[in-house]
Design a binder for this molecule. Structure first.
Ligand SMILES: Nc1ncnc2c1ncn2[C@@H]1O[C@H](COP(=O)(O)OP(=O)(O)O)[C@@H](O)[C@H]1O
Ligand SMILES: [Mg+2]
Length: 267
């Protein structure tokens, strides 16, 4: 569908930790690969949870996001194959925590990732797993991305965090990347029996309307077990409710992509 174009770049972002960014990045990337898309996952988090979650051993990593940010070159030259057909990863590395400081004085410090991904025709989708903070690594991701997927856990302060992120998006649009938008807000670790969950869902849907994906991701222990086996949830147990939800999410993401793509063609 989008094969002849530059890849669509979607960053999974939320400055809050533990909201399901990495779980979403890994399982969405795998689900997209499962429906015949060529996918690259970029692990921008120094903690490297997406990297280990895909079974990549530290000893096997020759080049990482760090090399991409500092030595230039194309993402596909650094990418490693994963056990999932059509899914590659640019792994994280421990050096990445130092990169944050090194980038402060570097030239084109906000555009490094964008340059590395520019017209890399090897992929249909690039999914970026952002760190849980607003630093230069996140900024590089927001500058490179066309669109953001924002996982949100339905808890008391969720909306405040979201308005903070919206302000950041505004700043990035103004200074670096005018086209950046929110692809969708994804309610994660969703538990309909919980009153707070229901109240937060109501508020988020009322305020953000269609921006909130119809698909919600339930709290599901199989999804949290999978990384310890070095497997994406949807490979570890394709039939569990969590995996099924991520497969639905992938369909919804592709559906939105088609709408956006057709709108661009008409414009
Ligand atoms: N839908 C879910 N059900 C159960 N556990 C989940 C789910 N999504 C994420 N988790 C677990 O919650 C923790 C935080 O998720 P993670 O994806 O690492 O968040 P982040 O990348 O935002 O820090 C991890 O231990 C993960 O396995
Ligand atoms: Mg993470």
């Amino acid at each position: 569908m989008l094969a002849s174009k530059s890849p669509r770049i979607l960053a999974v972002a939320n400055q809050k930790g533990g909201v399901g960014k990495t779980t979403t990045a890994v399982n969405l990337a795998t689900s997209l690969a499962a429906v015949k898309q060529r996918v690259l996952l970029v692990d921008m988090d120094p903690q490297g949870n997406a990297t280990t979650g895909l079974g990549i051993q530290r000893a096997d990593i020759r080049k990482s996001v760090y090399d991409l940010l500092f030595d230039g070159g194309k993402a596909s030259q650094v990418a490693m194959k994963t056990k999932v057909p059509r899914l590659s990863i640019v792994p994280s590395s421990v050096h990445l925590s130092g990169a944050e400081v090194e980038l402060v004085t570097a030239k084109h410090r906000e555009h490094r990732l964008k340059q590395a991904l520019f017209e890399d025709m090897e992929y249909d989708y690039v999914i970026i797993d952002c760190p849980p903070s607003l630093n230069f690594l996140t900024l590089n991701s927001l500058v490179a991305a066309h669109s953001l997927i924002v996982p949100l856990q339905c808890e008391f302060y969720a909306l405040e965090g979201l308005s903070q992120l919206t302000k950041t998006i505004g700043l990035v649009q103004k200074h670096f990347n005018p086209q950046l938008n929110i692809h969708g807000i994804l309610l994660t670790m969703f538990d309909k029996r919980n009153r707070i969950t229901r109240l937060v869902e109501e508020d988020v849907r009322e305020y953000y309307g269609d921006k909130v994906y119809k698909t919600t991701i339930p709290r599901n222990v199989r999804l949290s077990e999978a990384p310890s086996y070095g497997l994406p949830g949807i490979i570890y147990d394709m039939n569990c409710v969590g995996s099924q939800a991520y497969i639905r999410l992938a369909r919804e993401v592709i559906g939105r992509e088609k709408t956006i793509y057709n709108q661009q063609k008409v414009a």
